[in-house]
Design a protein around this ligand. Structure first.
Ligand SMILES: [Zn+2]
Length: 91
């Protein structure tokens, strides 16, 4: 499967970060959340209605999951090609 890290067009309309549900059944999270975060990108063919273990390995790799919100956001930003360079100019 082709890597789509930094893919143009996979912006916030297609890619989201969410709390990872234990399972998705009928489009709804069931059993609570794992405490981790996952990137879901529809432009890559992912489906937010599916559980982590129901998507193919390439999409599992994209999902992560990330251990923290901060690392999840970093993974999302990397995927949509948004650089994490925040430069605070100081004299
Ligand atoms: Zn994507």
């Amino acid at each position: 499967m082709a890597s789509c890290h930094g893919a143009a067009g996979h912006d916030n309309d297609a890619a989201i970060l969410r709390a990872q549900p234990v399972r998705m059944i009928g489009g709804h999270p069931v059993g609570g959340y794992t405490g981790r975060y996952e990137v879901i990108c529809r432009a890559c063919g992912d489906d937010p209605c599916l559980s982590y273990d129901e998507v193919p390995p390439g999409l599992q790799e994209l999902r992560g999951p990330s251990q923290s919100l901060a690392s999840g956001l970093a993974a999302l930003h990397e995927h949509i090609g948004l650089l994490d360079e925040v430069q605070c100019a100081r004299p």
